[in-house]
Design a protein around this ligand. Structure first.
Ligand code: PGA
Length: 274
């Protein structure tokens, strides 16, 4: 099976795993990793399989320390667009970079739903964080009501257009390098309802077509697009077999070391043995 952009398995821990649980996770994960197949270790080492965990801020240091020596990237779940200033309760991209964090989620539906993030704040964050050199995983997706009203494509195009406003925007310029997209249908997040491979592929095609028209077919071809929403070790293979699905953004199934490594095992089986 051809995965020209490799496979990216990103775990979103949300507001789970404080320092103690983070240490316990990695203690067990390291044992599983050390005894995993040479194929898995080799594909992680050559980056054709990329693994990341997006931890709560306070657990990031512990996660970085515990992951030392393993090819697991540690990222953050949110950041402000300004570098510093009077923004009580916020963390900036500059602070993440100082801490050795190079990846950040932007526009997760829970941020849009519970913390009043809008297409406009998502655009500001994406542009600023990309300009500062962070890798941004930009999340978009429709609600159940929007899908049932036949508005999935319109919603995705609206959310994308808000960020990719002009061909000069940093987001557009970083396609294929610093920007990863994540299609996360809101109705599938944390619900146990997964988009079918056909639904995921259809949405990913809409996104890739938008990128191709907005910038270039080459940039669209290079851009990694993740699927998120109740991804599990049981359904990951079928989702990753879709030609336009380049990985998963996984909440619940990334919290336990044995299910996170099972996701990596499911993914690596689709990558060629050299
Ligand atoms: P879930 O979460 O895998 O628990 O559905 C996915 C996400 O919100 O990124």
């Amino acid at each position: 099976m051809k995965k020209p952009r490799g496979i990216f398995i990103a775990g979103n821990w949300k507001m789970n795993h404080g320092v103690k649980e983070t240490r316990q996770f990695f203690e067990q994960f390291r044992r599983l990793y050390d005894s995993s197949s040479s194929h898995l270790q080799a594909r992680l080492a050559d980056h054709s399989l990329k693994a990341a965990l997006f931890a709560p801020y306070l657990s990031i240091s512990a996660a970085q320390g515990e992951a030392h020596g393993m090819p697991i990237h540690i990222g953050a779940q949110n950041a402000h667009w300004e570098k510093s200033g009077a923004f009580t309760g916020e963390i900036s991209g500059a602070m993440l970079l100082e801490h050795g964090i190079k990846s950040v989620l932007v526009g997760h539906s829970e941020r849009r739903q519970y913390f009043a993030e809008t297409d406009e704040t998502v655009r500001k964050k994406t542009e600023s964080l990309i300009e500062q050199g962070l890798e941004v995983i930009l999340c978009i997706g429709e609600t159940r009501a929007e899908r049932e009203a036949g508005q999935t494509e319109a919603v995705l195009l609206r959310q994308l257009s808000a960020v990719f406003q002009s061909a000069q925007s940093p987001a557009v310029r970083s396609l294929g390098c610093g920007l990863v997209l994540a299609y996360e249908p809101v109705w599938a997040i944390g619900t146990g309802l997964t988009a079918s491979p056909e639904q995921a592929e259809e949405a990913h095609q809409i996104i890739r077509r938008f990128l191709s028209e907005k910038l270039s077919p080459e940039a669209a071809e290079m851009t990694v697009i993740l699927y998120g929403g109740s991804v599990t070790p049981q359904n990951v293979t079928a989702l990753l077999q879709c030609p336009n699905v380049d990985g998963g953004l996984v909440g619940g199934a990334s919290l336990k070391p044995e299910s996170y490594i099972a996701l990596l095992h499911g993914a690596v089986e689709l990558l060629p043995h050299p």
